[in-house]
Design a protein around this ligand. Structure first.
Ligand SMILES: Nc1ncnc2c1ncn2[C@@H]1O[C@H](COP(=O)(O)OP(=O)(O)OP(=O)(O)O)[C@@H](O)[C@H]1O
Ligand SMILES: [Mg+2]
Length: 402
């Protein structure tokens, strides 16, 4: 096969096979979206303004499925930087286009869901089609990728490696909680942000959501060296990401690239302990992470994190529980105080009303009933009496006299 050397070279950067396509379509499609770009222009997008808004400044990288550019957002105050990923099928085979579109849509969707809820995953700003190509605009991470920290020939200390693994696993835990397999964890796809020195996970172009089958195709996506066998067979698990993180750990401890490490011919396990200064405990954790059989690995980032730093996880949990218990206590106290005050307030109001009623009642019962205006003297009474009996002779006599 004349293309063989080129295919091998391509696979070093990114390995993507479409097994069903391979059997059904022609033999030259055992790689996808990779190789030489279809357009011969160098950087066709430089200075271009997309959607009247994103102005391309410079190329950041040429990847498996497209190019990544630094751009500015003309619509926002200060025109901040953003990153534009330009996807285009480099081999415009009709069968490849829908798959490329599918990968693009998945990256956009996952980045949108994850990025808006975690500050160590870039936020998605926009995604759109233009002239048959796909674009994805995301938050710019001002930092550098981990290839600058994990340098061949310069092993890191055990402490530094534990810190690094913890940082990666914490972000990955968030991804795994969303039932998403990243599938391309490697130093190139992990950045360290300048502002807070935190790591940021990028490149969600290979993700797979658990439980969603990719049409009729079985696609193996990933990078050799960081990709376990089940993933290469197109059956990735969450623990496939754990394998990749374990490989990063081994790479950092040994100062060797994954392809420089040997495997046990019988078991397929990686031989590396004698090439690093490492405690048995950490070495055991890493061996479990990169176990050849996925069922023998930690099944998620949370599990790996707990094995790596049990006391951290526990103390964090304890702190969290204490915090939430405190929060519960505080709200209970507040509630109790509220009820007490409410009770007191109601008591006072009721007492005032009752006292008022008693006062009114007493006043009305003590004061004499309304009497007709009293006669001023017995004489007036008598005259009044006589007036009503004018027929009486005694009365007539008396009245005449007076
Ligand atoms: N949000 C970002 N902020 C800053 N730089 C970024 C960002 N996203 C990507 N980059 C830079 O661009 C490079 C390539 O990006 P990315 O890893 O997403 O794509 P890729 O690997 O080229 O493509 P593929 O999806 O085919 O793997 C990264 O290694 C990084 O240096
Ligand atoms: Mg990448």
């Amino acid at each position: 096969m004349r293309q063989y050397p080129r295919i091998i070279k391509t696979l070093r950067h990114r390995y993507e096979t479409v097994t069903q396509l391979k059997s059904r379509v022609s033999s030259n499609i055992n790689y996808l979206l990779s190789g030489e770009p279809k357009k011969k222009q160098q950087y066709p997008l430089i200075k271009k303004i997309l959607r009247n808004r994103f102005k391309i400044i410079q190329l950041l990288a040429r990847g498996g499925s497209g190019d990544t550019y630094l751009a500015v957002d003309l619509d926002l105050p200060g025109q901040p930087y953003c990153v534009v990923k330009h996807f285009y099928p480099k081999h415009p085979h009709p069968a490849v286009i829908p798959i490329a579109k599918n990968l693009f849509e998945r990256e956009a969707e996952s980045l949108y869901q994850l990025g808006k809820n975690h500050n160590q995953i870039p936020t998605l700003f926009a995604h759109f089609h233009e002239d048959g190509d796909f674009y994805l605009v995301q938050e710019f991470v001002d930092g550098y990728d981990l290839t600058q920290e994990i340098v061949p020939g310069k092993p890191l200390s055990e402490e530094a490696v534990i810190h690094l693994l913890k940082d990666i696993l914490e972000v990955l835990d968030f991804v795994h909680q969303h039932k998403i397999i990243h599938r391309d964890i490697k130093p190139h796809n992990i950045m360290r942000r300048h502002s807070d020195q935190k790591i940021v996970l990028i490149d969600f172009g290979s993700i797979k959501k658990l439980g969603i089958q990719g049409a009729t195709l079985t696609i193996a996506v990933g990078t050799p060296g960081y990709m376990p066998t089940e993933q290469a067979k197109g059956k990735p698990k969450l623990s496939s990401d754990i394998y990749a993180v374990g490989m990063i750990g081994i790479q950092a401890l040994t100062g060797l690239k994954p392809e420089e490490l040997q495997e046990d011919a019988d078991t397929g396990e990686i031989i590396w302990r004698d090439k690093a200064q490492v405690s048995d405990r950490l070495a055991d954790v890493l061996d479990t992470m990169v176990h050849e059989r996925h069922s023998q690995r930690y099944q998620s980032a949370a599990e790996a994190l707990q094995a790596l730093i049990p006391e951290f996880r526990l103390s964090q949990y304890a702190e969290f529980s204490a915090q939430s218990e405190n929060a519960e206590d505080n709200s209970l106290q507040l509630y109790k105080k509220f009820i007490l005050l409410l009770g007191m307030g109601l008591g006072i109001i009721t007492s005032v009303i009752i006292l008022g009623l008693i006062y009114i009642f007493l006043r009305t019962s003590v004061s004499p009933p309304k009497q007709p205006t009293p006669r001023h003297s017995w004489r007036e009474n008598f005259v009044a009496h006589l007036s009503t009996n004018v027929d009486n002779p005694v009365a007539q006599k008396w009245l005449n006299k007076n």
